[in-house]
Ligand binder design. Structure first.
Ligand code: ADP
Ligand code: MG
Length: 365
């Protein structure tokens, strides 16, 4: 049954400048897939957790001439972007090609490495661009057995409003609507879906989306660490000989920072943010807790998917028809102890969720 549980990985990044300048101590250690965190104020107090994968990206690296982070020596313990992709990305790709839905979520406090792991910076490409590279490669390799179509969408959830990051027009006031259909489940009405046939094309769209995100955030006088970014890749495979069509959705989610949100801005903004911005992340936590209870046989009457935009859109990924992976990212520093411990607890609960993924296949019309 383990293959139907949500798979959880943790990753710890190098010190940043602020932490180095503060003379921070590293309070995280890893042995194979288990991780131990030390309370900096109590030498006797440490907690250990076991996950599906634990990635040490804190030390033992060097940067090559192009700026790529690589292990200091071959076979060293530093986990680079490639090794994370080998474990997490390849499986998602494999699932999608078989016709399963797949979801990858990055969770962690702001600055802990969510976007680095998901999208990456410069030469250090993250999971999403690597996944696209391999997807289009696989499509080329399988050309003689099936005909494939890929559609790309990118959106942001801020203040419970959905913003289309690929739409060139002006923003819809109040955001796009989330609707529900029997067959399809929840979806965003009027979201732009762009047909794609190459990885560079997808990367260009991602850049466009990232630029829109930055300007939208500035426009709203907002803080991008408080928004969720969601990329949806739809893969349609038509097997002409068998007259079968397989369809799979891949959700790639860079979540808002998990830190307890401090407000800035006007009183009105504060009130709005206090309720709405946290709502999607808080509800995600509640859904995960409920599903973790279900998994250990507790009676759960109601799973609050409908309470937020994010959990509506991720309903099938959480306890439903999807293979789901979460990567929880951590700062190594003593000053982040509380946040890191809370991230580990959250990840531990997510690990218990059980999904029932099925192949989405139908006769070709
Ligand atoms: P988040 O998206 O969680 O706010 P980022 O992904 O932007 O955080 O990471 C913050 C900084 O840390 C970035 O400058 C990034 O390059 C660096 N960083 C994060 N993870 C790693 C890693 N595994 N190896 C090297 N640098 C990293
Ligand atoms: Mg980020």
């Amino acid at each position: 049954h383990s293959k139907d549980c949500v798979k959880v990985a943790v990753r710890v990044r190098p010190f940043n400048k602020r932490e180095r300048d503060a003379g921070s101590q590293c309070i995280v250690s890893m042995v194979t897939s288990s991780i131990t965190i030390q309370d900096p104020r109590e030498s006797q107090s440490r907690r250990s957790f076991c996950f599906d994968y634990a990635y040490w990206s804190h030390s033992g690296f060097t940067r090559d001439r192009g700026g790529l982070y690589v292990p200091e020596e071959p076979g060293g313990r530093y986990s680079d972007q490639d090794s994370v992709f080998q474990d997490l990305g390849e499986g998602i790709l494999e699932n999608a090609l078989q016709g399963y839905n797949a979801t990858l979520l990055a969770y962690g406090q702001t600055g802990s490495g969510k976007s680095y792991s998901m999208v990456g910076y410069g030469p250090n490409k993250g999971l999403v661009p690597k996944l696209c590279d391999r997807l289009f490669q696989a499509i080329r390799e399988n050309q003689d057995t099936r005909q494939c179509q890929v559609f790309f969408s990118m959106l942001e959830i801020y203040n419970e409003q959905v913003v289309d990051l690929l739409s060139r027009g002006s923003r819809t006031p109040g955001g796009l609507r989330v609707r529900e259909e029997q067959q399809r489940g929840f979806y965003v009405e009027g979201l732009r879906t762009v047909p794609c046939d190459s990885a560079p094309q997808v990367e260009q769209l991602m850049e466009q989306g990232t630029r829109t995100r930055t300007t939208a955030v500035t426009h709203m006088n907002a803080n991008s660490s408080r928004s969720h970014m969601l990329i949806i890749l739809q893969l349609k495979q038509i097997f002409s000989k068998e007259s079968i069509t397989k369809q799979s959705n891949i959700n790639l989610v860079d979540l808002a920072g998990s830190e307890r949100q401090r407000s800035s801005g006007s009183e009105a903004d504060r009130l709005k943010e206090g309720t709405a911005i946290n709502l999607s992340l808080t509800t995600l936590g509640n859904v995960i807790s409920s599903l973790a209870d279900v998994a250990v046989g507790k009676k759960v009457v109601h799973i609050p998917y409908r309470d937020s935009v994010l959990t509506k859109l991720l309903q099938s990924a959480l306890g439903g028809n999807s293979r789901t992976v979460m990567i929880a990212t951590l700062s190594p520093a003593d000053i982040c102890y509380e946040e890191s411990l809370s991230t580990l607890r959250y990840a531990e609960r997510a690990k218990r969720i059980q999904n029932r993924a099925v192949v989405n296949e139908s006769p070709t019309e």
